[in-house]
Design a binder for this molecule. Structure first.
Ligand code: PEP
Ligand code: MN
Length: 337
C-alpha cells in the first residue's frame, strides 16, 4: 500500500504513520517527493490495515500497489531514480557510461584501459575480478588481486569501479574495493546474494538473466530494495532466443517498458547483448537515442589477446568513435552524457 500524506502533513504525523505500519508487522519506507511525502507499507497487508491507516492524522489517501514488485514500482515513486556512485550518474536525464575490459588481467592492462575510457568520456570503469565462466577451465579472474588493481585505477583516474560479486561470502571483500557491485546474469535469481548486496551501502548493477522475464528482473530488484539498498540499476544484457547470429538477442524495448513500470534506471549492455565488437557501437548509439540511463561497454587494449570476451570488446579507437556518435545523439534527444 502507499500511504499518501497530505501536502501540509508534519514530520510527527509521518512518524506516527511509520509506527502504525510497523505495529502491523509491515515494513515502512518513507519517500519524500517534490510534491508530497508518501509512506510505503510493504508486506502481507490486510483490509483492516488500510482502514486504520486511512484514519491516521495527516493521511490524504491509502492506495494499493497493484504491481507484484512494490518498492521498484513506478506507482510508489513516479519520479525517476538517479543512482550516483562516485563520478557515475545513471538516470534522471543522465546517461552514465561504464567501460573497460571484461576481466582485469594485469596492472598494465587495467591502468591503460582506465586512462583510455576516461579520455573518451566514460565515468566508470568495468572489470571483473571474480568471473562467472561457462567452463571451469576458462580464466576465473584475479580475485582480490584484481580488486586491488581496480582500486588503483580509480585512485589514478577518479573513475568509479564497477565489478562483479558472485557469492555471498565475497560480498564484504568486493564491497571494500568497489563503488558498484555487479550481480551477473547467472546470479539474477540468487536470492541470498540479492539480500546480501541489499545490506551493503554500495550501488548495485543487476543484470537480467538470459531467460528471465522483466517481471522476474523487477522482483529480483525488489529483494535488494527490500533489504534496504535503494541504489539499484537494472541492466539489459540480452536474452536467449532461437537466433544464433548474435550471442544473445538484445531487446531495446526493455528500456521503454521498464521506464513505464519502474523508477529504477535502466542500463544497456551492447557487448554481451550482441557478442560482436562490430555490432556494439550501433546498439550503444540506439540505447542513447531511446534515453537509456546508461551503457556498459567492453573495451580492451588488445581485444585479440583478451582472456575473456575479446571478440565483443572494442579497441580504444572504436570506443572513442562510438562515444563521439553517442554524444551527438545525446545532444539531439536532450540527454546528458
Ligand atoms: C560481464 O559483465 O562480463 C558478464 C559476465 O556479464 P553477464 O553476467 O551479463 O553475462
Ligand atoms: Mn564479459
Amino acid at each position: 500500500m502507499i500511504v499518501v500524506m497530505k501536502k501540509n502533513a508534519g514530520s510527527d504525523q509521518v512518524q506516527h504513520v511509520v509506527a502504525l505500519i510497523e505495529s502491523m508487522n509491515l515494513k515502512s519506507h518513507v519517500i519524500v517527493g517534490t510534491e508530497r511525502t508518501v509512506v510505503a507499507a510493504v508486506g502481507d497487508d490486510r483490509k483492516q490495515a488500510k482502514a486504520s491507516l486511512e484514519s491516521a492524522p495527516g493521511v490524504a489517501e491509502v492506495v494499493p500497489i497493484l504491481a507484484p514488485y512494490k518498492m521498484a514500482s513506478r506507482e510508489l515513486r513516479p519520479e525517476p531514480t538517479q543512482v550516483v556512485a562516485g563520478g557515475l550518474r545513471v538516470g534522471g536525464g543522465h546517461c552514465g557510461v561504464i567501460a573497460g575490459p571484461c576481466s582485469v588481467e594485469t596492472e598494465e592492462q587495467i591502468l591503460s584501459a582506465a586512462r583510455a575510457v576516461k579520455a573518451a568520456g566514460a565515468t566508470a570503469l568495468r572489470g571483473g575480478a571474480f568471473k562467472p565462466r561457462t567452463s571451469p577451465y576458462s580464466f576465473q579472474g584475479l580475485k582480490e588481486v584484481g580488486l586491488k588493481l581496480m582500486a588503483m585505477a580509480r585512485d589514478e583516474t577518479g573513475l568509479a569501479v564497477v565489478t562483479e560479486v558472485m557469492s555471498t561470502e565475497d560480498v564484504e571483500l568486493v564491497a571494500r574495493y568497489a563503488d558498484v557491485l555487479q550481480v551477473g546474469a547467472r546470479n539474477m535469481q540468487n536470492y541470498r546474494l540479492l539480500e546480501a548486496v541489499g545490506k551493503t551501502d554500495r550501488a548495485i548493477l543487476l543484470k537480467r538473466g538470459p531467460s528471465a522475464t522483466l517481471e522476474e528482473l523487477l522482483l529480483a530488484a525488489e529483494y535488494i530494495l527490500d533489504a534496504g539498498n535503494p541504489r539499484v540499476m537494472l541492466c539489459e544484457r540480452g536474452i536467449r532466443t532461437f537466433e544464433s547470429h548474435t550471442r544473445f538477442t538484445l531487446p531495446l524495448a526493455t528500456v521503454t517498458y521498464l521506464h513505464e513500470k519502474t523508477h529504477l534506471p535502466v542500463v544497456i549492455d551492447p557487448s554481451h547483448g550482441t557478442g560482436h565488437a562490430w555490432m556494439v557501437p550501433d546498439m550503444a548509439v540506439a540505447a542513447v537515442a531511446i534515453a537509456a540511463d546508461g551503457i556498459i561497454v567492453e573495451v580492451h587494449p588488445q581485444p585479440e589477446r583478451a582472456l575473456s570476451d575479446g571478440y565483443q570488446s572494442l579497441t580504444y579507437d572504436q570506443f572513442s568513435q562510438m562515444m563521439a556518435r553517442c554524444r551527438r545523439v545525446a545532444a539531439a534527444v536532450g540527454v546528458e552524457l
